[in-house]
Design a protein around this ligand. Structure first.
Ligand SMILES: [Zn+2]
Length: 249
């Protein structure tokens, strides 16, 4: 049993060559996005071409949101409108957004100036919202998802996503935080962010982790000048198909 995800973006917040860090998990009902960066429709199309897996934005059922920085949520407006317009003609379902309370509480404040239709529309016209409570597993199609708050400039979280005995860990944006890494280490594959900043995780911190942890770790949120030669942890690439296999296989 495994989890299959297509990587749609690997870049840092100010990358001029990669999409924002994100992925589409393939489920039996459709797609579960992890974050929704700028140019999400183009990011999905490019990842489709590279992977050979059709990532149709109309098949998105659920979106996990780590935090409200633009390189993680700027695509929500485009996607929200696209799906709203489709539903006016009876096509598609309303996507669900899942995140922690401290992120959810300001989500509409961020989207409303572009989406409230002169005061006539609400968040619930575009997305339904499910609050993830840290420590409590939520069922999202066949996935079980847990969130954990991370330390960043604004409220943020990471995820452990499990299905059929396999678990994918996703750090979200975070400063170097050994307790967050300990929590993620229970996963079969750990996607960890890296950028050289005090609100992110410098690669030297990850290089100092135990070899068995580094071996199951993959990197995301790299700056454009990231030098892969400085680490043995393998960066993800856009369009890569990530297969997470659990011990219960
Ligand atoms: Zn961020």
């Amino acid at each position: 049993m495994s989890i299959r995800a297509v990587i749609t973006g690997t870049g840092s917040a100010i990358s001029d060559r990669n999409y924002g860090s994100s992925a589409a998990v393939i489920t039996k009902n459709g797609l579960v996005l992890i974050d929704c960066p700028d140019s999400i429709l183009r990011a999905m199309k490019d990842a489709s071409k590279k992977s050979g897996i059709d990532l149709d934005p109309m098949r998105i059922t659920d979106i996990l949101i780590t935090h409200l920085h633009g390189d993680h949520v700027n695509g929500l407006e485009t996607l929200g409108w696209k799906r709203w317009i489709a539903r006016q003609s009876g096509n598609g379902i309303q996507p669900r957004i899942h995140t922690i309370e401290s992120v959810a509480s300001r989500l509409w404040e961020r989207l409303a100036p572009a989406m409230d239709q002169n005061g006539n529309a609400k968040l619930s016209d575009y997305f339904s919202l499910n609050i993830l409570v840290p420590g409590v597993q939520a069922s999202i199609t066949e996935l079980r998802v847990e969130a954990r708050s991370s330390e960043h400039l604004i409220p943020s979280c990471g995820f452990r996503i499990s299905s059929g005995g396999a678990t994918l860990g996703w750090s979200g944006d975070t400063r170097f935080d050994p307790s967050h890494i300990d929590w993620l280490a229970a996963a079969d594959v750990v996607i960890h962010e890296t950028s050289e900043s005090r609100v992110h995780t410098p690669i030297a911190c990850l290089n100092a982790l135990a070899p068995e942890l580094r071996r199951k770790m993959r990197l995301i949120h790299m700056e454009d000048n990231f030098d892969q030669a400085v680490t043995d942890i393998v960066p993800l690439t856009e369009g890569e198909v990530l297969e997470v296999v659990g011990l219960g296989r």
